[in-house]
Design a binder for this molecule. Sequence first.
Ligand SMILES: Nc1ncnc2c1ncn2[C@@H]1O[C@H](COP(=O)(O)OP(=O)(O)O)[C@@H](O)[C@H]1O
Ligand SMILES: [Mg+2]
Length: 289
Amino acid sequence: MTPDLMEAGARTRAAHEARVATLSKGAGFGRPVADGEVVFTQGVALYVDGITVSFDGFKALNALSLTIDVGELRCIIGPNGAGKTTMMDCITGKTRPDSGRVSFGSNVDLLRLTEPQIAQAGVGRKFQKPTVYEPLTVWQNLELSLKADRSVRAGLFAKLSGAQRDRLDELLLLIHLKEEAHRTAGLLSHGQKQWLEIGMLLAQDPKLLLLDEPVAGMTDEETERTAELFLTLEGQHSLVVVEHDMSFVAALTQGRKKVTVLHEGSVLAEGLLSDVQNNEKVVEVYLGR
Ligand SMILES: Nc1ncnc2c1ncn2[C@@H]1O[C@H](COP(=O)(O)OP(=O)(O)O)[C@@H](O)[C@H]1O
Ligand SMILES: [Mg+2]
């Protein structure tokens, strides 16, 4: 067994233990949360309410509030240092805000869960740098992620079921890596590694996907394909996309979706891209006047 497989096995086990801990300890607003028990019927996928994060007195987030609907694709823009990554850190449990609330669906209090429990509840995060298992093939990377899925009970070394193989084939098509299925992940281009990592997240069927600068370093063609991919995912997942590339944001919003502008840890503006781009306050913070 390779060290990678052992590490992946350990991660799967840790995720399982985290799930059991969530079930036994109870979480959320005074009620236990079991698999699939996140409540989305009110149409809200994520509710961030007045979160503040201070680093040595400096407020990286300052009473930040926003709501993401079920199935919504929301782009978040804002100058460097606006607090975009810190916001994702708070949603995924990496950073604890000093005050405020973060709720997943209408019932799960994310501030009471650990990072693995939040992932288990259905929040997937893509960091800027791709983190795939380079010595394994594309297929093996996806296979490991599928088997770490909270809803899949098969052991790590059990054979894939027919339905699971179909799911992997479907994912390969979606992320444009069908031809590369048996290629070592380390040999993929930067853009292809990013898609593989997105596929690995999707294999775990998250309800909410957080993507921090997903097209940084991609070619124009890769960027276009990534926009197509995200538009395909919209509706089935809620997506929060932090991005600097305005043509990418324009492709995602299609002239009709809301974008959120962060500045100094708060929402500076929210609305159609064309409107916020003409907003005087937004122009000022981007031009630094
Ligand atoms: N761990 C940390 N310690 C101290 N300051 C931090 C830490 N993380 C982020 N910051 C600061 O918080 C602010 C917001 O950072 P960040 O969320 O990374 O912004 P963005 O992703 O919008 O560029 C920045 O001024 C950054 O320097
Ligand atoms: Mg950032």
